[in-house]
Design a protein around this ligand. Sequence first.
Ligand code: HEM
Length: 150
Amino acid sequence: MSDFLSEWYSWIKALHIIAVMAWMAGMLYLPRLYVYHAGAAVGSELSETLKVMERRLLRAIINPAMTMALILGVFLLFTPGLVDFDEIWIWIKLFCAIIGLGGMHAWLSRWRRAFAEDRNKHSAGFYRKINEIPTVFMIVIVIMVIVRPF
Ligand code: HEM
């Protein structure tokens, strides 16, 4: 297995970054849809259209992209000689990616269900603030994995 990971390292990393980009695109777009949805009247044409967009974005893009980013990331973690687990950057990256973005993903799924069942309780302003959180995690993650400050 380790020979396979070393041999295909560049392909695995390239696919990891592609999956991460799709995951982030969805994580930044979905809360934006919630901003508009929070302002739409229940049962209106706009609300019903946004329900379809949110479901497709989550199920067809965000969920598969997160799964691929995670699987390929774990492959990279176990590629011989790549990551020194005594260094701190990898733990900050894993915390932000799995707890931070993974947690955000779970909440976004929960709010999508609330919109789908016409029982959203949050304002457009709330979702505007939520929209910033994935950006902050993304910035920290990319600095950690590229700069490796500690
Ligand atoms: C989900 C859990 C994740 C794991 C386990 C993981 C793990 C890894 C590992 C081990 C590497 C290889 C580092 C190397 O080449 O030396 C890597 C590369 C990279 N990861 Fe992740 N990653 C994850 C999520 C993410 C996320 C969410 C982002 C961005 C928002 C990200 C961005 C990157 C980038 C840009 C690289 C390339 C770094 C380079 O070229 O040196 N990763 N990842």
